[in-house]
Every structure is written in C-alpha cells, then in structure tokens.
Design a protein around this ligand. Structure first.
Ligand code: GDP
Ligand code: MG
Length: 227
C-alpha cells in the first residue's frame, strides 16, 4: 500500500524543509505540503526539499487538507497520513500509525497524545481541556473509544474518498472522525508524542481567535453530525 503524507502548512518556512526531508526517510511514497497562501518561503522550501506542493488559495485549514487529500488520491495513494508542519509530531512514529492499516486491523488510526506523551509547554491548558471534552463527547455520541482529537493520524484512502468532506475549516479533522464512526469504520488509537513547535508561531491554539474558532468548529461538528 503506497503511503502519502499530507502536511497542511501556513507560514512554516522555519520548519518545513527539514520536516519534509525527515518524513521522506520513512516508508512513504509522497509528501504533499498543502500551502494555504503562506507569505513566507514555505512553498519553495517544501518543494526544494522534495515535497509536492499543493497551493490552495481558499483560506482555511480544511481547504488545505482537502486539497492535499485530493492530490494524494489522484496520485494513487492507498494510505493517507496527516501531520502538522511545525515538528509537533515525530516522523519516526509514523510506522505506528501505518501498521494497523497495513495489517488490515483498522481503517482510521488516530495518534493519541493522551495515551502517549505531551512535552512540557506543548499543549496549553485550554487545549487540553477542549480535547478532553471533545473526546468525551465523541465517545458518548458515536460509541467509539477516543481519548484525543489530534491531527497526527492515518486513514485508508478508499475510505477517505467515500467520506465526502465538507467542513473546510478547523472542523475537518473532527468531520473525518465522526463520519468514519457513523459508517462503522474501525477506529483505533495509538500513543504518539507531542512537542513544542520548533520555529515560527502558532496560528490556532496559541491565539485567542484560533482557539475560539477551533473550539466552535470541533464541538459544533461533534454535536451536529450526531443527529
Ligand atoms: N494550509 C493551512 N495550514 C494551516 C492553517 N492554519 C494552520 N495551519 C497549519 O496547521 C498546523 C497546525 O497549526 P498550528 O499553528 O501549529 O496550530 P497549533 O498546533 O494549535 O498551535 C501547522 O502545520 C500550520 O502551519 C491554514 O489556515 N491553512
Ligand atoms: Mg502546532
């Protein structure tokens, strides 16, 4: 099964080249960087490092993930893995996410930071609480066992293709989970570690606007799709 890693990136020039190079040392066929109008050199550095850069002009985390996904599916990937572009996840843990799909034990594998390790300062208290609340809600409403809603994850490509994603902002990762759960897909969690971003600034949990929007979309999608 050929694997594509999709990295949504917005102004990650300080991270992206090394991250792409490191990721390509893993058993993956492609690294797609979904650039969302970065004003720095993210796109050119990612391309030089060996990634396929997908430019998505519509602003929104979900638009970027969707554009990267579309390109990876068109390339013929059998497994899609998602990873942030700031070194908060480790490339060496990728095989953990891929193994259950390759062994046909799961359709969606979620990297759980709660089951793994969160480095000091890598997750702010409001983010920990929001994750805990969302995971509890999701477990209750969708009869799944999840401890986290982390971005580091892998999914079978044919399942992803069937999901008909429509949340084009911060609700995208949550929509993936609730739709797989509703379709009785096999979801498992594996422990992953979570680290302080290496360079540059947070656009989501480190800002008030990003945090409020993320909470609104994550909780909103969790509740809305349960109906
Ligand atoms: N393409 C794209 N990527 C984004 C956007 N917002 C955040 N990202 C990327 O998504 C990942 C997570 O964002 P980050 O700023 O680290 O959020 P945090 O981990 O909550 O602090 C990083 O790779 C960002 O570059 C966006 O609007 N478009
Ligand atoms: Mg981050």
């Amino acid at each position: 099964m050929k694997t594509a890693v999709i990295i949504p990136a917005l102004n990650e020039a300080g991270n992206i080249a090394k991250l792409v190079q490191e990721t390509m040392t893993q058993p993956v066929e492609w690294v797609f960087v979904a650039d969302n109008g970065s004003t720095d050199k993210t796109a050119v550095l990612a391309q030089k490092a060996g990634a396929i850069v997908i430019s998505e002009p519509r602003r929104g985390y979900g638009y970027a993930c969707a554009a990267g996904t579309k390109a990876a599916l068109a390339a013929g990937a059998g497994i899609l893995a998602y990873m942030d572009g700031d070194f908060s996840s480790l490339h060496i843990e990728l095989p953990r996410l891929l193994a259950p799909i390759k062994q046909n034990q799961a359709d969606l594998v979620l990297g759980s930071r709660v089951l793994g390790h969160i480095a000091a300062g890598a997750m702010l208290p409001h983010q920990r609480f929001g994750n805990w609340l969302s995971a509890r809600l999701m477990s209750r409403l969708y009869h799944v066992t999840v401890t986290d809603l982390g971005p580091y994850r892998a999914i079978r490509a044919d399942l992803m293709r069937s999901l008909k994603m429509c949340e084009m902002t911060f609700g995208w990762p949550t929509e993936m989970m609730v739709k797989v759960a509703k379709g009785n897909g096999r979801i498992i969690e594996v422990p992953v570690s979570w680290h302080v971003r290496r360079s540059g600034r947070s656009k989501v949990s480190g800002t008030l606007r990003g945090s409020l929007l993320a909470a609104y979309y994550i909780l909103g999608v969790t509740l809305r799709y349960a109906r």
